[in-house]
Design a binder for this molecule. Structure first.
Ligand SMILES: Nc1ncnc2c1ncn2[C@@H]1O[C@H](COP(=O)(O)OP(=O)(O)OP(=O)(O)O)[C@@H](O)[C@H]1O
Ligand SMILES: [Mg+2]
Length: 469
């Protein structure tokens, strides 16, 4: 094994020499810095396994050094040395990220034990990190249910793109799982152990955004009473998830574009650029291309985002996954609420498979949660489900009509919409109770076969509705 590298930062020659001799005797390789500034630079440049840091240095306070290192290289193993020992000193140092402390004067043995402990801790941390990455990779798809070919293609795309640093753009309707897939990309990347920072772009006003994203320095503007870390800094080495990118205004898009292209940003009120190593994953439920055509989205920003697009299909285009999703969430909520529910009745399942799910998986998940809350035991039947689904219906706030004609038209539209849903559910139910036999279904509900099929045509239903279970 290679000899461990130790850095000593102390302004007292005797201490430096003493430590160097003792450590070299144990075959460590040792470097020395005798002031705070060059000590800090050496630590930040990296390459040391353990740092011995004096708390009292002529130029920089040891505590300042600890804080800076804690921000930029939190994994560093630092043992602080203090001649003016007080418990408070040690506590403060440990709070700021020091691994251990030595009170001067200390013996060679004390030094050797402290360094060994720090090296062991470093090894454990690295091992832990490795295991966490492995674990993340193994389980990142665990919570994503889907065997439909379109979903399998997305998994394949993720497998390919995740290990790279390329920008990914997830497009799909609301509730299709865009965030879930974004997290899977992060979990399967080399950034898995760093942060995944989700940002909802619709919550940013452009005036606030710059300081939110890039941080600000103390005194940058009224109210900036201390330095504030920006999102870019927090996501450094990790992934930044720009959710609802379509909601960014043009000026904000320009600022982000610059940061993404140069990998550098300047905190508000700051005077030096900082590096940002972040991987961007964007998501949208809008058609960005047509927004570009309408001048509502910057073309250059679009191309910067659209490097590797992944289209998540709506649930109605992967109906074969509906039963798996239903049972997946049923199991979760039954466990959570300590209930025993057998499952869904056949006609309930047929009904749910044929539902259009405008709110996609999120709507399905919420429905199952409501059903489990309401149910006692046994299996879940069609009536309860239809009733619960009904409460999902979104009633768009109609513009207030200005004339009687408009009022009548609004009434008609609303009735048709509401009634249409009941009519559709009625047909489905009749069909599934007769296994898709149209003649029997019509007879059962007391209708002429021709009228029944006409109604099916109106709703674009086929007899397969009942056979899809
Ligand atoms: N394939 C899936 N398997 C299991 N759970 C899923 C799946 N897809 C989505 N979900 C769940 O559905 C919910 C909605 O997913 P998510 O928030 O990722 O959707 P979204 O596309 O980001 O929606 P929005 O556009 O509204 O933000 C989450 O609770 C998520 O865990
Ligand atoms: Mg989302």
């Amino acid at each position: 094994m290679e000899a461990a590298n130790i850095l000593i930062v102390d302004d007292e020659q005797v201490i430096c020499n003493g430590c160097r001799m003792a450590l070299m005797d144990e075959n460590y390789s040792v470097d020395i810095r005798m002031d705070g500034r060059s000590g800090l630079d050496a630590i930040l440049n990296g390459g040391y396994d353990v740092v011995l840091l004096d708390m009292k240095l002529p130029d920089l306070d040891g505590m300042e050094i600890l804080k800076t290192v804690g921000k930029e290289k939190p994994a560093e193993q630092i043992i602080v040395m203090t001649g003016h020992f007080s418990v408070q000193n040690a506590v403060d140092a440990m709070k700021s990220g020091a691994f251990d402390y030595l009170t001067k004067p200390f013996s060679d043995d004390e030094l050797s034990i402290a360094v060994k402990k720090a090296l062991e801790n470093k090894r454990l941390k690295e091992e832990n990190l490795y295991l966490r990455q492995q674990l993340a990779q193994r389980f990142d798809y665990r919570n994503i249910i889907g065997e439909n070919q379109k979903i399998l293609n997305i998994f394949e795309g993720i497998d390919k793109v995740a290990p790279t640093d390329s920008t990914v753009l997830l497009c799909g309707e609301s509730g299709t799982g865009k965030e879930l897939f974004a997290r899977a990309i992060h979990a399967r990347s080399r950034r898995a152990a760093a942060r995944f920072m989700p940002i909802d772009c619709s919550t940013f006003s452009s005036s606030l955004l710059e300081s939110e994203l890039f941080g600000h320095v103390k005194g940058a503007f009224t109210g900036a009473v201390k330095d504030k870390e920006g999102i870019f800094e927090m996501a450094n080495h990790g992934s930044l998830f720009l959710d609802e990118v379509a909601n960014l205004d043009l000026a904000t898009q320009a600022r982000l574009l610059r940061a993404l292209e140069t990998h550098e940003y300047m905190p508000v009120g700051g005077n030096r650029f900082r590096k940002a190593d972040v991987r961007i994953i964007g998501a949208t439920n809008r058609d960005l291309k047509s927004m570009v055509a309408d001048g509502k989205f910057r073309e250059d920003f679009f191309y910067r985002l659209n490097v590797f697009p992944l289209l998540i299909p709506p649930l109605r285009e992967r109906r074969d996954d509906i039963p798996k999703l239903l049972y997946h969430f049923l199991k979760i909520y039954c466990q959570q609420m300590e209930k025993r529910i057998d499952g869904f009745s056949d006609d309930a399942l047929a009904f749910l498979i044929n539902h259009d799910w405008p709110g996609n998986v999120r709507q399905l998940k919420n429905l199952v949660e409501r059903l489990v809350i309401m149910a006692d035991d046994g299996s879940l039947g069609c009536e309860t489900i239809a009733y619960q689904l009904d409460s999902d219906r979104i009633r768009p706030p109609h513009a207030i009509p200005e004339t009687l004609d408009e009022l009548k038209r609004a009434k008609q539209e609303m009735l048709e919409k509401e009634f249409g849903q009941i009519e559709r559910a009625f047909l489905r139910r009749a069909l599934s109770s007769t296994d898709g036999n149209i003649t029997q279904a019509a007879k059962r509900v007391g209708m002429q076969r021709s009228n029944f099929s006409a109604l099916m045509k109106k709703h674009r239903l086929s007899a397969d509705v009942a056979k899809k279970i």
